[in-house]
Design a binder for this molecule. Structure first.
Ligand SMILES: NC(=O)c1ccc[n+]([C@@H]2O[C@H](COP(=O)([O-])OP(=O)(O)OC[C@H]3O[C@@H](n4cnc5c(N)ncnc54)[C@H](OP(=O)(O)O)[C@@H]3O)[C@@H](O)[C@H]2O)c1
Length: 292
C-alpha cells in the first residue's frame, strides 16, 4: 500500500484522513495543533513534524486547509511540501481556494516533476465520514488516474474537470449555488414563522417540490432547533465568496446575487459568528426583520 500524507485535520480533514486509514493506506499526518494528530496516531497513522517531512515520507500528499495563504505556505513556504517532494510525487489540494493559486502551485511543482491536482470537495462533515463526498478534480489526467483510488476512499461522486484550476473553478460554481440556496432557505423559514406555519412541516413540503435544496433539507431543521454548531463555518463561506468575487471581477462577470449574500455573510462574521455553522445566517435575517 502507498504512503499517503495528509496535512490539515480539521472538521473535514480528520474524517477524510480516517477514511484513507480504514481503506488500508499508510498515513503520515501533520496539523498545526497537535490534538487531531494524536487522535489519528491512535488509529494507526504516523505523525510528521512538518509539511516537508510529510512529503519526504509519502508518494501522495493531500492538503485540506482553510484559505489561500495556508495552502501557499504549507506547500510552497519554508519547510513546505515542495522541499520534501520527489519526482513522481502527487500533491493534491482538496481545500476550497483560488484557481489562480492552484495554477501557480501546479507550475511551481511541475518544475520539479511533481504533479499537482486541485481537488476540492462538496458535501458535509457527514459525507466526509461516510466517504460520500463529491470530488471535482483539475490537473494532468495521468495524475488524476493515479490518485483515483484515494479519491474513491473519500468520495463516491468523482469528476475530472480538465487542466490545472478546473476543479477549483467548479467548486466556486458550487459555492454560488450553496450560498444563494442558504439565503433562500433562511427567507422561506422566516416567512413561514411570520405567517404562523409549522416551520418543520414547511421544510418537509418544500423538500418534495421544485424549491427543494440540500441547504433547506439539512440546515433548515438546525435553524429551527437553534443548533448553530459548525459543519461548515461562516468564516469559510465568507472566504469562498471573497474568492468568487475576485475571480468574477477578473472575468468581468456581474454576480448580483453573490454580492448580496457575501455582504450578509460578512456582517454575520462581524457579529461574532465566524466559527458558527452557516445556518446561523437566519439570526441576522431575523434581526433585520425585527424578529430577533
Ligand atoms: N466544513 C465543510 O463542510 C467543508 C465542505 C467542503 C469544503 N470545505 C473546505 O475545506 C477546507 C477545510 O475546511 P474545514 O471545515 O475542515 O476547516 P477547519 O475545521 O477550520 O480545519 C482546518 C484545519 O487546517 C489546520 N491548519 C491550518 N493552517 C495550518 C498549517 N499552516 N499547517 C497545518 N495545519 C493547518 C487547522 O489546524 P488547527 O487545529 O490548528 O486550527 C485545522 O485542523 C476549507 O477550505 C473549507 O472551505 C469545508
Amino acid at each position: 500500500m502507498s504512503f499517503v500524507g495528509f496535512i490539515g485535520l480539521g472538521l473535514m480533514g480528520k474524517p477524510m484522513a480516517t477514511r484513507l486509514l480504514k481503506a488500508g493506506y499508510c498515513l503520515v499526518v501533520h496539523n498545526r495543533s497537535p490534538k487531531p494528530v494524536e487522535e489519528l496516531v491512535a488509529l494507526g497513522a504516523l505523525p510528521a513534524s512538518s509539511p516537508r517531512e510529510v512529503a519526504e515520507r509519502s508518494e501522495f500528499v493531500i492538503t485540506m486547509l482553510p484559505d489561500n495563504p495556508d495552502v501557499r505556505s504549507v506547500i510552497a513556504g519554508a519547510n513546505g511540501v515542495i522541499e520534501g517532494a520527489r519526482e513522481g510525487t502527487v500533491v493534491i489540494d482538496m481545500s476550497t481556494v483560488s484557481p489562480y493559486l492552484a495554477q501557480e502551485l501546479n507550475a511551481m511543482l511541475a518544475a520539479k516533476s511533481v504533479d499537482f491536482l486541485d481537488a476540492p470537495v462538496s458535501g458535509s462533515t457527514m459525507a466526509a465520514e461516510a466517504g460520500t463526498l463529491t470530488i471535482m478534480v483539475g490537473g494532468r489526467k495521468e495524475a488524476y488516474e493515479r490518485a483515483l483510488p484515494l479519491f474513491r476512499a473519500m468520495g463516491d461522486k468523482i469528476f475530472y474537470m480538465g487542466g490545472p484550476g478546473m476543479g477549483a473553478y467548479t467548486k466556486l460554481c458550487n459555492q454560488i449555488a450553496v450560498s444563494l440556496n442558504l439565503l433562500a432557505a433562511c427567507e422561506a423559514l422566516l416567512l413561514a414563522k411570520k405567517a404562523g406555519l409549522d416551520q418543520q412541516k414547511v421544510i418537509e413540503v418544500l423538500s418534495t417540490g421544485a424549491g427543494s435544496s440540500w441547504q433547506l433539507a439539512t440546515l433548515g431543521p438546525r435553524m429551527i432547533k437553534r443548533d448553530f454548531r459548525p459543519g461548515f463555518k461562516v468564516q469559510h463561506l465568507r472566504k469562498d465568496l471573497r474568492i468568487v468575487r475576485e475571480i468574477a471581477e477578473h472575468l468581468g462577470l456581474p454576480l448580483p446575487g453573490v454580492g448580496l449574500v457575501a455582504e450578509l455573510i460578512k456582517s454575520l462574521e462581524q457579529r461574532g459568528h465566524g466559527a458558527d455553522g452557516t445556518q446561523s445566517l437566519i439570526t441576522l435575517l431575523e434581526e433585520l426583520a425585527g424578529m430577533g
